[in-house]
Ligand binder design. Structure first.
Ligand SMILES: Nc1ncnc2c1ncn2[C@@H]1O[C@H](COP(=O)(O)OP(=O)(O)OP(=O)(O)O)[C@@H](O)[C@H]1O
Ligand SMILES: CC(=O)N[C@H]1[C@@H]2OC[C@@H](O2)[C@@H](O)[C@@H]1O[C@H](C)C(=O)O
Length: 366
C-alpha cells in the first residue's frame, strides 16, 4: 500500500520551514506530491540565534522556543494538508528535523529543538524526530544524514554524481558506481553571506548575490579564511553555527585592515565557492556531474563563482533529476520517517563515522 509522509526541515539558514508531502509505494519508490513553506518571523530567528552561545536561562528559553517552533511546524502541516485537501489520517507520519541549536558530536550530543509531543497533539499525526542522536550514540557525527536519501533517489548506473546542498552550511554527497558513498559538510554555505548582508543592508539574504557582485574580492582575507583548520580535516566531518558564525567572521576581519562591506560580501561568496570546489577537487576528482540543491542554488553569482572554480565539472541543479532545489532536504526527512516506520536503518556509517547501521529517530504517537 502506498503511504504518505510529511517531511519538515528548518535548517541552519533560519529562513523558515520547508515542508514536503511524499508518497512511498510498496517498492520503496518516493514521489513528491506537494510542498509548502512558512517563513520564520524575525523574533523566532533572533531567539534561535540567541540560543547559539551559552547564556542565562537557556533551558527555559530553549523549551519555550521549542513550543513556538512546534506551533509553526503544525501551521505548515495544516497549510499543506489544506492545499491538498487531505485529512491528517491520510499521513502515516511526520518526519521533523527540528531546529539545531548545538552540534557537538565530539562531546557526544547534537541538539535539535521543537516540541514533538506538542506537534503530535496539534496535528493528530504521528511525529518522528531526533534523527541524529542515535548515530552520535554509535560514535558518528549524526550529520550529514541526507547522503543516504541522495543515494536512494539520485544514484545512477549511467554516471557518477556529486549532489551538493548549499543551505546555511554546504554539504556534498558523491555517488559513484561500485564505490562507497562519500558525504561530509564542506563548510559555510549561505550562513555567513546571510549574516553579513543582514547586518549591513537589513535584508535577510543577498538576492542573486547582487550585493556581493558589486564588491571586489579581498585575496588576503580569502586566503586567511581558507586557512581555517576545518577545511583541511578529512571526513567524516560536520559543522554548523557552533563554528561558522558572525563571531568567527569578526575574528577573521580583526586581522585585516578595514575592508568595504561589499568587498567582504564578495569575499564570503568566494569562500563558499572555493571551499566547496576544494572539497570536490580533493574528494571527488573524477566526478564531472554536479547537481546543486538548497537555497544557494538560486544565488546566480554564487553558481557562477563555483563554475569558475570547477571548469571541468558540469554544474546543474537537482531539478534536472526531478527534485526542485527547495524540496530535497524536506523530502529527505519524510523519507527518514518512512525508514523509521519500517524499522530500516538510515545512516551511512561510511559517511557519519558511526560504528554501524542504525534505525534513526524517536516516535511521538498521535
Ligand atoms: N534568490 C536567492 N538568491 C540568493 N540566495 C538565496 C536565494 N534564495 C534563497 N537563497 C539562500 O538560501 C537560503 C535558504 O536555503 P535553504 O532553505 O536550503 O537552507 P536551510 O534548509 O536552512 O539549510 P541547511 O541545508 O543548512 O539545513 C537563504 O537563507 C538564502 O541565503
Ligand atoms: C547538525 C545539523 O543540523 N547539520 C545540518 C546542517 O545543515 C547542512 C549541514 O549542516 C548538514 O550536516 C545538516 O543537515 C542536513 C539536512 C543533513 O543532515 O544531511
Amino acid at each position: 500500500m502506498t503511504e504518505r509522509y510529511i517531511g519538515l526541515m528548518s535548517g541552519t539558514s533560519l529562513d523558515g520551514v520547508d515542508a514536503v508531502l511524499l508518497s512511498m509505494d510498496e517498492q520503496g519508490r518516493p514521489r513528491v506530491e506537494a510542498d509548502s513553506f512558512l517563513a520564520f518571523p524575525l523574533a523566532i530567528r533572533q531567539q534561535v540565534l540567541q540560543l547559539q552561545p551559552t547564556g542565562p536561562n537557556e533551558l527555559d528559553r530553549a523549551a519555550r522556543l521549542g513550543n513556538e517552533l512546534a506551533r509553526l511546524y503544525a501551521e505548515v502541516v495544516a497549510q499543506l494538508l489544506a492545499e491538498q485537501q487531505l485529512p491528517p489520517s491520510a499521513i502515516t507520519a511526520i518526519g521533523c528535523h527540528g531546529q539545531t541549536i548545538r552540534h557537538a558530536p565530539h562531546a557526544g550530543y547534537t541538539l535539535q529543538i521543537g516540541n514533538h509531543a506538542l506537534l503530535a497533539e496539534l496535528t493528530g499525526i504521528d511525529v518522528i524526530g531526533d534523527f541524529r542522536s542515535r548515530d552520535v550514540a554509535a560514535g558518528g557525527h549524526g550529520a550529514p544524514l541526507v547522503p543516504a536519501f541522495h543515494q536512494h533517489v539520485f544514484a545512477s548506473d549511467a554516471e557518477n554524481r556529486v549532489i551538493l546542498n548549499i543551505g546555511g552550511i554546504s554539504n556534498l554527497t558523491r555517488l559513484a558506481n561500485g564505490a562507497a558513498v562519500i558525504g561530509f559538510d564542506c563548510g559555510p554555505g549561505n550562513m555567513l553571506l546571510d549574516a553579513w548582508c543582514q547586518r549591513h543592508t537589513g535584508a535577510s539574504f543577498d538576492a542573486n548575490g547582487s550585493w556581493a557582485a558589486s564588491g571586489r574580492l579581498h585575496v588576503p582575507l580569502l586566503q586567511q579564511m581558507l586557512d581555517e583548520p576545518f577545511f583541511r580535516l578529512p571526513p567524516p566531518k560536520s559543522t554548523g553555527r557552533d563554528l561558522f558564525d558572525l563571531a568567527w567572521l569578526q575574528a577573521q576581519l580583526a586581522q585585516q585592515p578595514d575592508i568595504p562591506a561589499s568587498d567582504v560580501q564578495q569575499t564570503l561568496l568566494q569562500l563558499t565557492a572555493h571551499s566547496i570546489a576544494d572539497a570536490i577537487t580533493r574528494h571527488c576528482p573524477d566526478t564531472r556531474s554536479v547537481y546543486v540543491c538548497g537555497g544557494g542554488a538560486l544565488n546566480a553569482a554564487l553558481m557562477q563563482a563555483l563554475q569558475q572554480q570547477l571548469p571541468q565539472q558540469v554544474i546543474s541543479s537537482t531539478a534536472a533529476l526531478g527534485l526542485p532545489v527547495h524540496q530535497v532536504e524536506a523530502a529527505a526527512f519524510a523519507w527518514l520517517a518512512w525508514r523509521f516506520t519500517h524499522r530500516l536503518s538510515a545512516n551511512l556509517p561510511e559517511v557519519t563515522g558511526a560504528s554501524g547501521l542504525r534505525v534513526l529517530g524517536a516516535l511521538y504517537p498521535r
